[in-house]
Structure formats: C-alpha cells, structure tokens
Design a protein around this ligand. Structure first.
Ligand code: ACO
Length: 330
C-alpha cells in the first residue's frame, strides 16, 4: 500500500447471534436429511436463527454496540457506517441508515454494500480507503445477514447450510506498521447464475406468481460454487500475501469464510496451513454470508487467539460471484 497513507486497522470488535438454535436433528424433522450427511458434507452441527421480530439491523445493532464499547468510542465519533448484507431490512432505506438512526451516529455517512459472503472484506477495503486518505477518522463496518429469511425450509439442498448473525468492527488509525497491509477484491460476474435470489428486484418484481414459484429464496448450484470457492480461497490468499510482500509461512491466523469445512480444509492443504492457525466455527453458526468472516474474526479475538502483532489473513467468497481477501497486522 502507498506509504504516504496513514495506517488503519481494527480498534474495536463485537458479534451477535440470535438466541434460537436450529440443530441438525431439528432439520431431520423438517426435510429428509440426517446429522451424519450434514456433518460429513459440510461440518455444520447447528445454526442460529433470528426470532420473528428480529431483522438484519437488529442483529447489526447488537454487534455494533459491542464493537463501539470495545473501541472506547461512542456513536457520535463515527464518520462512516457500512453494512455488508444481502438481506437488508427492506430495499430502502439502507440497513446502514436504519442502524445510523438507532445508534444515534448523527454525523456518519451510511450505506449498504452488496457482495454476499465477500461483503465484509469488501466493506473493510472500502472503509480503509476512506480512512487512509484522511477523509474520515472512524468507521463502523458490519457484516450482517438473516439468511433464514431467504431460505426455503422445504429444500434440503440449501436449508441445512445457512444461519443468521452479525459481526462488527470499528476501524481507526493504528500505530505505524500495524493495520491493513493489502487487499485483493474480485468478481466473476459470469458465475452469477450459480448463486442468486431471482425475484423482488426490478427484473422480476414480487408478485403472487413469484411467491408461488418460490423465487424469493436462495438458488445455489452447490458443486459449481464449491469449485469456485476452492480455487479462489487459495488464489486470493496468494494474491493478497504477494501484495503485502509476505509469504504463507507468515500467516499467524487465517480467517476463512465459513461455508463448508471441506472448502476450508482444501484451502489449508493448498496453502499448507496447520489447523491451529485456522479459525473454524462453521459447526456452530453454519454459513451466515456477510457475517461469517467477522463472526470468526471476533471469536478469535474473544478467545485470546489473536495477539498483538499477529498477521491475520481474512478471505471471503460468495454470490456475484465475488471474493475478497485482506492481510492485517493486528
Ligand atoms: N441431506 C441429505 N442428502 C442431501 C442433502 C441433505 N441436506 N442435500 C443434498 N443431498 C443429496 C443430494 O440430493 C444428492 O443426492 P443424489 O446424488 O441422489 O442426487 C447427494 O446428496 C449429493 O449431492 P452433492 O451436490 O453431490 O453434494 P456435495 O458433496 O456437492 O455437497 C454442498 C453439497 C454441501 C452444497 C456443497 O456442494 C457445497 O458446500 N457447496 C458450496 C456452497 C457454498 O460454499 N456456498 C457459499 C456461498 S452461499 C452465499 O453466498 C449466500
């Protein structure tokens, strides 16, 4: 990164998952599946599901309050709020604006960012650029999703895979040599047809037919997304390491998108990473889309796994198709 820019890193973290837990044995009662299949094919044992009166901004709010508290800042210190989500409370206003009002972050600019499971890393890169140039001082970046709202609980191919949650970080200036060292963001729009939600936008507005046709739920070609994921997890990591001028041996903590344990294991093999350096919580939360990377990061902070000076690599991939990776000196 340009050396004239000021160093920016994470100065506060918080996470939130809804109380309700949906286990594999609960799902066995809803669709034809079983714990053995789900655990062996995905590594998932349970997931948290938002209550009927919780929307994405409610999850984001809980995580944001904790992140501000851990940064020792108040909402009035925020200049920017970015919420990465594919399940906003509504089409507009943005979930970030709803959150800005609820937090009382009166001077903060606020917008949502749509990059599916890569959204949090895209959000980190976006906010970092605003802060490095000096345009803003403090930014709140949140990955939050209520995938349960767009999941078809009669489709065993997808309903076992997803959960709800939110992870938040506050970005600010950090000492020289610390903070974000590099980012690698990318997209392969041609792969968009492998993972999408068809209706409710301007191409196919909501109608009785779209509801009847179950077009407000996630469609996923699991095998194609799997192949893409395995490929970009290692290529994005290699790209971001090279931009930071370091090698995979320098990684202390690897925080991958938590979609499937087999994708994570394949990245570990390709990158030659021992298990103790890799954060895994897909068993507890399943795939929470934009919340997945920050939930894993914040859990590593709370567990004391992440220590000052550690080199952290985060990698997300998902709908778009998109990917995002970063190197961060903690
Ligand atoms: N329980 C039991 N059997 C099942 C279930 C289930 N829940 N789901 C599928 N099966 C069956 C299928 O019907 C199929 O049966 P068939 O061979 O008789 O047709 C069989 O299991 C095997 O299916 P595969 O598709 O070969 O299973 P695969 O090993 O590919 O695993 C999975 C499927 C878990 C979806 C995998 O492909 C995957 O993880 N893909 C990536 C998903 C991902 O990373 N998404 C991230 C983005 S999500 C986002 O952006 C919101």
């Amino acid at each position: 990164m340009n050396n004239n820019l000021r160093p920016v890193g994470i100065i506060g973290t918080g996470k939130y998952v809804p109380e309700k837990i949906l286990t594999n044995s609960d799902l066995e009662k809803i669709v034809e599946t079983n714990d053995e299949w789900i655990v062996s094919r995905t590594g998932i044992k349970e997931r948290h599901i938002a209550s009927d009166n919780q929307a994405t901004s409610d999850l984001a709010y809980e995580a944001a309050v904790k992140a501000l508290d851990s940064a020792g800042l108040s909402a009035s210190d925020l200049d920017l709020i970015i919420v990465a989500t594919i399940t906003p409370d509504m089409s507009f206003p943005s979930t970030a604006c709803i959150l800005q009002d609820r937090l009382g972050a009166k001077k903060a600019a606020a917008f949502d960012l749509s990059a599916a499971c890569s959204g949090f890393v895209y959000g980190l890169a976006t906010a970092t650029n605003f802060l490095q140039t000096g345009m803003y001082n403090n930014a709140l970046v949140i990955g939050a999703d209520c995938l349960s709202r767009i999941t078809d609980y009669t489709d065993r191919n997808t309903c076992v895979l997803f959960g709800d949650g939110a992870g938040a970080v506050v970005l600010g200036e950090v000492p020289e040599g610390r903070g974000f060292q590099s980012f690698d963001l990318g997209a392969e729009g041609a792969g968009g047809a492998h993972l999408y939600l068809e209706a409710g936008g301007s191409r196919m507005p909501a109608s009785a037919e779209t509801v009847e046709g179950k077009k407000h739920y996630i469609y996923m070609n699991g095998r194609e997304v799997f192949k893409f994921a395995v490929r970009v997890m290692s290529s994005a990591t290699e790209a971001v390491l090279s931009k930071a001028g370091i090698t995979k041996e320098d990684i202390d903590v690897f925080v991958p998108h938590q979609a499937n344990i087999r994708i994570i294991q394949s990245a570990m093999e390709r990158l030659n990473l021992p298990a103790e350096r890799v954060v895994v919580n897909v068993d507890k939360y399943a795939n929470t889309s934009a919340a997945s990377v920050p939930l894993a990061l914040v859990e590593a902070v709370e567990d004391g796994r992440l220590k000052e000076g550690d080199t952290v690599v985060m990698v997300g991939f998902g709908g778009g198709l998109t990917w995002g990776a970063s190197v961060l000196k903690w």
